[in-house]
Design a protein around this ligand. Sequence first.
Ligand code: ATP
Ligand code: MG
Length: 500
Amino acid sequence: MDNIKTVLEVRGISKGFPGVRALDSVTFDVRAGEVHALVGENGAGKSTLLKILSGALEADAGEVWLEGRALPPSSPAARRRLGIAMVYQELPLVPAMSVAENILLGNEPVHAGGLLVDGRALRARARELLGELGVSLDPDARVEGLGPGARQLVEIAKALALRAKVLLLDEPSASLSAHDFDRLCEIIKKLAAQGTGIVYISHRLEEIFRVADRVTILRDGKTVSTDKISELDRNVIISRMVGRDLKEEYPPIDWNPGPEVLRAEKLTLPGVYNDISFSLHRGEILGFAGLVGAGRTEVAMAIAGAAPAASGRIFIDSREARIRRPGDALRLGIGLLTEDRKSLGIIADRPIRENTTISALDRVSKFGVLLLARERRQVREKVKELDVRASSIEQKISDLSGGNQQKVLLGRMLHRGSHILIVDEPTRGVDVGARAEIYARLKNLAVAGASILMVSSDLPEVLGMSHRIVVMRGGRIAGVLGRAEATPESVMRLAACEED
Ligand SMILES: Nc1ncnc2c1ncn2[C@@H]1O[C@H](COP(=O)(O)OP(=O)(O)OP(=O)(O)O)[C@@H](O)[C@H]1O
Ligand SMILES: [Mg+2]
């Protein structure tokens, strides 16, 4: 390509937090019309870098240049006016506002001459932007009623509304299924073709190979390399990210499940899911695949007591169970790893230690008294086992990188020792290295007799880890595939085929 125009340049950016050097003299650049992927392990500094570019954080040293001019430190609003827009990893939408209001927040059409927001124009504009994304979301729907996948699309529509010169995307696909990712891919390519420079963070390498033109690898806050994607392969990226070679990602699923442990019969929540019947066996990993909005998370929440079904029955060991709230599920040995880390998962201002033990305090207490030494020991074990990167177990969970927060939540579920595990997007935001460890961990649990219901939008993951796959579409079970018949095509055909 001739005429390469650099829109954004990052020169020697450094940033420290107490106890960590998050970025150490990072240098890279973004060209007009390119998709520049930023990859690295959990805690490598990717989000911190984008936050500095978007104006949300100030660097300790270094410069950011936009179209040949050094930018002064400034706020996100000022950076947005200059044409730098960001889609955050943890979504900052306003739950009580509508989809349309969120998309055009700070950018609302007003009535001629007036200060009043033009509601009709607002909805029309929002509908247009959603149309561009190929998303059929109702502009009037409240964001609080949407799942993370749909929220992500709203976030992207919001960035689209700004017609940015530089678009920063922090794990935009983490809660999207393969089908939704296709759409995102198209929109990203379209924006790039219009000249927007795009920075794209993702832990899913197959996506990087689909969307990226160039790739910058970060390790421990330092730039390792920047290359054209055509000059890289998967193994090179992984070994540069992790600093060593990695073995197979998915462990062999080579054991057979035992007798039935849980059975769901005709679970129904009108308008959300209908007539959901399936069984889960001892030692089984049962995958739940489907598009965003197919109802998988809602079914998982019903089993875990977080949001009960309106009708239908659940049997545990052939006895009917009443699961009306999370406490009921916990007592029955059912543990949940929620997809919605931010609002349902982490207890933001508390340390890793408390976040790990919170739902099984009995394991670290005697006669109702907390045994701090025992608690610390158990938490340290989990932190080590899951390779949580933190300065200490007393660090606030909200200061950890996204993937490390996810590992703490997984640690909480394991700490509780449940024998039926409901895991919703278990490796969302988790890097390749840690992901392999989580898979090995899930396998060990299942081999030891735990039953695992795994909702996942990551197709290779569902295929690689499940004994059987339940495919949901539009709130119903579209089919159940055995390991031998499950392929990307057969799953996608059931998940996305003709509207009925
Ligand atoms: N507000 C903060 N206070 C203290 N430490 C922080 C804060 N924000 C980030 N860090 C630390 O800075 C480092 C880089 O974090 P960052 O979120 O940029 O990683 P990341 O590459 O985005 O990881 P992930 O893939 O898990 O999202 C981590 O060690 C993290 O714990
Ligand atoms: Mg991050």
